[in-house]
Design a protein around this ligand. Structure first.
Ligand code: ZN
Length: 215
């Protein structure tokens, strides 16, 4: 059953502005989607994310069919739709975020197939990950069109069932959570870990190596 909630509409507009200020959705890239029950709220494609209005959103059902369009006919649904649906279908996520963060992009140049860090406090913000664990995020290769990533992203999610994110090489990251708060927390913690790994590698440190007792 469709559920058109004005609070979720304005929440998406607010989060888009916050993510724009963090440099995650600049140049109209990136995006966010929230699911409430069987209704999926999706931001439009190719528009300045910091200026999205609550009326600009698409509402879709669980199968991905549009059930409500924005008031403006000129808007198209996000190109990330199928990638967001990977998180809804494979993980039963309640929200998904796609970030073009510089930290996420740069870290994909420093690892082969999997991002790995260990013994960093912010890992504890990722559900199911402890300080002594190794936090892993699979990296898939970029394609010319965003929708072509759908299958490789799904394969990576199946291969790394504990990860709440998939990195896309030279591009950015998809992050999800059980609800929007968890998705946002995961996105912030992962972004910190990506930034930390880039800096540690610059300093000649291996972020995946168990620290010595004194460090
Ligand atoms: Zn993108």
């Amino acid at each position: 059953m469709m559920n058109d909630d004005p609070q979720i509409r304005s929440l998406i507009a607010t989060l888009c502005r916050q993510f724009y200020d963090q440099g995650w959705v600049s140049g109209t890239g990136g995006g966010i989607s929230i699911r409430s029950g069987d209704t999926v709220y999706l931001a439009p494609s190719g528009v300045p994310k910091e200026r999205i209005n609550p009326d600009d959103l698409f509402l879709l059902n669980r199968e991905g069919d549009i059930v409500q369009r924005p008031t403006s006919d000129a808007l198209k649904p996000s190109e990330c739709q199928h990638l967001f649906y990977n998180a809804y279908n494979l993980r039963d996520a309640g929200a998904v975020l796609h970030s073009h963060s510089l930290n996420a992009m740069l870290v994909t140049l420093l690892y082969d197939d999997v991002f790995r860090v260990t013994h960093l406090e912010m890992m504890k913000g990722i559900t199911g990950v402890g300080y002594h664990d190794v936090c892993e995020v699979p990296i898939i290769n970029n394609t010319a069109h965003e929708c072509e990533l759908t299958e490789t992203m799904a394969d990576a999610m199946k291969a790394y069932p504990k990860s709440h994110a998939v990195l896309v090489r030279r591009h950015g990251v998809y992050v999800w959570g059980d609800d929007w708060k968890q998705a946002k927390k995961h996105a912030e913690c992962y972004d910190y870990l990506f930034a930390a790994a880039v800096r540690m590698k610059q300093m000649g440190l291996d972020p995946a190596r168990m620290p010595e007792a004194t460090l």
